[in-house]
Design a binder for this molecule. Structure first.
Ligand SMILES: *Cc1c(COP(=O)(O)O)cnc(C)c1O
Length: 383
């Protein structure tokens, strides 16, 4: 009764969402701040004043939303936490983030969360005839899609300092004429390659194979690869509204790449689900992009609460990997990760523990509001 394909499925396990009591959720890298009031207003207005639109199919290609995303990227340089906000609310990129060309609508693709967008990327660009090169520890959905699409993997171990082994990844990619995928900043480590490091890497990777950089966390302090898109026609950058744009509940992810590759992914989308981004989500996304100053404020806040929390953990003897994301990855000698996770949960806060060999001593802790982190500090002081 069941297809052979089913046997290759090993579904992704997201951070738990228990309903037995009210937890402070620091386990799924969601943003602790609410969306901009303008997003709420736009959604309420769409649902009330334009309720007939709920009965009609949405724009299949999210055209207005793609334009709004392109505009946001040009305004911010693709990194919210370093963008400048003038007193009149105008947003401009920091000098180092400025994109040396104009991002246009035809360089953007939108989907139902970056998870779906990644699935289209896997389908469009990776074949089962060669191994896809990725770090051993990175976003754990990539191996799930590899199983789904039957793409063999070459998992390259991280270096002893938890950074990517870019030399080994490159020599493997060249040896096998393979594509490369990783998250930058990486998850769950939180470490980031600079744009120059990414540039050097793509420059030495196979030219005829797609190179994917997943920038889910870049807004909290990494460097975006978007400025490299005109230099490399094999570069695909994947991004999401779930983390820095306070939108995990609305499911919106996107790709930035050259128009040719965007067309490929659009063909895959139209062969699978014509309308992945519903009308209310398109409405919310457009409104979010038009109030980017609000999200710049949220990202700066998260970054500053994070830096404070990292100092706290280190002062208590924890080993904390430097983070330019909205989470920290930390461990303490003699304090087993799983036990600590349970102790913290018993006190009403959820953090993430992975039982994956090699990282099982660590906890991944999402940065919440100042108050949430104060509550967590109190618990951790007892441990
Ligand atoms: C959270 C996350 C995603 C998924 O984001 P959605 O848009 O919510 O599907 C993708 N990649 C990485 C690295 C993430 O951490």
């Amino acid at each position: 009764m069941i297809s052979n394909r089913m046997k290759n499925l090993h579904p992704y396990v997201p951070g738990e969402q228990p309903k037995d009591r009210e937890y402070i959720k620091l386990n799924a890298n969601e943003n602790p701040y609410k969306p901009s009031p303008k997003v709420v207003e736009a959604v309420v207005n769409a649902a009330t004043s334009h309720s007939e639109r709920l009965g009609l199919y949405p724009d299949p290609d999210s055209n207005e939303l793609k334009s709004a995303i392109a505009k946001m990227l040009n305004e911010t340089g693709g990194v919210l936490c370093r963008a400048n906000v003038a007193s009149d609310g105008t947003v401009s990129p920091s000098e180092s983030d400025r994109i040396p060309f104009e991002v246009t609508k035809d360089m953007v693709f939108c989907g139902n969360g970056s998870d779906e967008v990644l699935s289209f990327v896997f389908y469009s660009f990776f074949d089962g005839d060669r191994e896809l090169v990725l770090p051993e520890h990175t976003y754990s959905f990539y191996p799930v899609y590899a199983g789904f699409y039957q793409i063999p993997l070459d998992k390259v171990p991280l270096k002893a300092d938890w950074t990517l082994d870019t030399e080994k990844m490159l020599s493997d990619a060249n040896g096998k004429d393979s594509s490369v995928i990783f998250a930058n900043p990486n998850a769950p480590t939180g470490l980031s390659l600079t744009r120059d490091e990414v540039r050097r890497m793509i420059g030495r990777a196979p030219k005829d194979r797609i190179f994917v950089v997943d920038e889910a966390y870049v807004d909290f302090g990494g460097e975006s690869a978007i400025p490299l898109i005109k230099e490399f026609d094999n570069l695909v950058v994947v991004r999401t509204f779930s983390k820095s744009l306070c939108g995990a509940g609305q499911r919106l992810g996107y790709i930035v790449s050259n128009p040719k590759l965007i067309e490929c992914v659009t063909t895959v989308k139209n062969s699978f689900n014509h309308f992945p981004v519903d009308f209310l989500t398109q409405t919310a996304g457009i409104a979010a992009c038009s109030d980017v100053a609000y999200y710049v404020g949220c990202a700066k806040k998260v970054a500053s609460v994070r830096d404070d929390f990292v100092s706290f953990l280190r002062s208590k003897g924890w080993f904390v990997i430097d983070s330019c994301t909205n989470f920290v990855f930390a461990k303490k000698d003699g304090v087993p990760g799983e036990e600590t996770y349970r102790a913290i949960k018993a006190d009403g806060i959820l953090v993430r523990h992975f039982s994956t060999p090699g990282i099982e001593e660590f906890l991944r802790i999402t940065i919440g509001t100042e108050e949430q982190m104060e509550a967590l500090k109190k618990i951790m002081e007892k441990i």
